[in-house]
Design a protein around this ligand. Structure first.
Ligand code: FAD
Length: 372
């Protein structure tokens, strides 16, 4: 029922760091809050994924290198701020720029309007149990990945009698005290949870490839620098220099360093299967386990875009910059390097957001608006 639909120029789905950065640039271009643009966010409170992360999660870069456009993240006493600090920052960021976020509003679908609505995208949502519809001339999808934890399939997963959980469901090490825990994954999440769980449990670390530990004096800044250098090379028509570090590389934050010094940061190759009582490798060796902790990442949360039947490029919708191929009114921001270099980081997403808004605003045909 589009008769009760609200009309806006630009609708942003998701108000985590990516959505807020887009909001910042829309505001800066002169769009009016609520009437010209709105952000719909499924969570009841601000902070995006950071509010759901385990409390001990720490950023892998200092605050000065973890900022959104316009306002530096306030400093903390520690070099690497906790997730809570990011939640506070995003909460205040939303307020500071008076961004029109409707929390508790989950977008169910984005569809192409028909008939008199043909120029618009129709966005159907549920807001505190009640249906609501918007029509927008442009939609930015910024829903992140937290809603889609990824667990790879291994044979025997269904016979394993112990507990399996994804890092998204992890809170503290306490429930694992005295148990045998297999930690799966070669990234920062696995390293940080291994560091913490190994203080109270007997841990085994398994990774698909040998983990790449960054030197002690290098932190998340280098990951961003690599992404920036890559972008500069691509922009100037040079070939892709690749990078020594990807976001999968482990930053040696203090807890991970301590784990290495205790001798627990030693990875085994991936097991072949789970058994009733643990895991088993191809050579027949086995490890008894009570818990398997999957730190195996996330996938883009894009179910709401299904009605658009977007053409794909491998694992994700095809895009040029941030714009969806075959649906120029849709932009995707913040999901990973495929939506812009380092666009899934606090410091990297601002640039992607600015570029998206620079493409969206001219298409609105509103001479009063200027994207900067
Ligand atoms: P999110 O933060 O997930 O926000 C998406 C928002 O969209 C949420 O508020 C959600 O409620 C909403 N939403 C989802 N679906 C819908 C829907 N259908 N309708 C309406 N709303 C919806 N980056 C760094 O820069 N530094 C770090 O140190 C760092 N550490 C990380 C550690 C971990 C363990 C992880 C997982 C990521 C880390 N990242 C880090 C990466 C990145 O900053 C985060 O993944 C970030 O949360 C992505 O922001 P986002 O805005 O794209 O998505």
């Amino acid at each position: 029922d589009s008769s009760a639909a609200r009309d806006v120029e630009v609708l942003v789905v998701g108000a985590g760091q990516a959505g807020l950065s887009v909001g910042y640039h829309l505001r800066r271009a002169g769009l009016a809050a609520h009437t010209d643009y709105v952000l719909l966010d499924a969570d009841e409170s601000p902070g995006g994924a950071w509010q759901h992360a385990w409390p001990s999660l720490r950023l892998f870069s200092p605050p000065g290198f973890s900022s959104l456009p316009g306002w530096l993240m306030p400093a903390t006493e520690e070099d690497y701020p906790p997730a809570r600090h990011v939640v506070d920052y995003l909460t205040r960021y939303e307020q500071r720029y008076a961004l029109p976020v409707r929390h508790g509003t989950r977008v169910l679908s984005v569809e192409r309007g028909r008939g008199p609505d043909a120029a618009r995208l129709v966005v159907r949502a549920r807001t505190r149990g009640a249906p609501a519809t918007w029509r927008a001339r442009a939609v930015v999808s910024a829903t992140g990945t937290w809603g889609r934890p990824f667990v790879p399939r291994y044979p025997g997963a269904e016979v394993f009698a112990g507990e399996q959980l994804h890092s998204a469901a992890y809170r503290t090490a306490e429930p694992y005290a005295g148990r045998r825990v297999v930690v799966v994954g070669g990234g920062n999440t696995a390293a940080q949870l291994l560091a913490e769980v190994s203080l109270v449990a007997d841990t085994t670390w398994v990774t698909l490839r040998p983990p790449r530990l960054l030197p002690d004096d290098v932190d998340g800044r280098v990951l961003f620098e690599v992404a920036t250098a890559r972008r500069k090379a691509l922009d100037s028509g040079r070939s892709d220099p690749g990078g020594v570090a990807g976001l999968g590389d482990v930053v040696m934050v203090p807890s991970v360093r301590a784990a290495r010094d205790r001798g627990v940061l030693v990875a085994r190759p991936m097991f072949e299967r789970l058994t009733a009582t643990g895991v088993r490798w191809p050579d027949g060796t086995a490890q008894e386990a009570d818990v398997v902790l999957w730190c195996t990442g996330f996938r883009p949360d894009l179910q709401h875009l299904a009605p658009l039947r977007l053409p794909r490029d491998g694992a994700h919708p095809a895009v040029v910059g941030t714009r969806a191929v075959d649906e120029p009114r849709l932009h995707l921001v913040g999901y990973g390097d495929w939506t812009g270099p380092a666009s899934a980081t606090l410091i990297g997403v601002g640039r992607t957001a600015r570029e998206a808004v620079r493409e969206i605003v001219p298409a609105l045909d509103r001479p009063d608006l200027v994207a900067r």
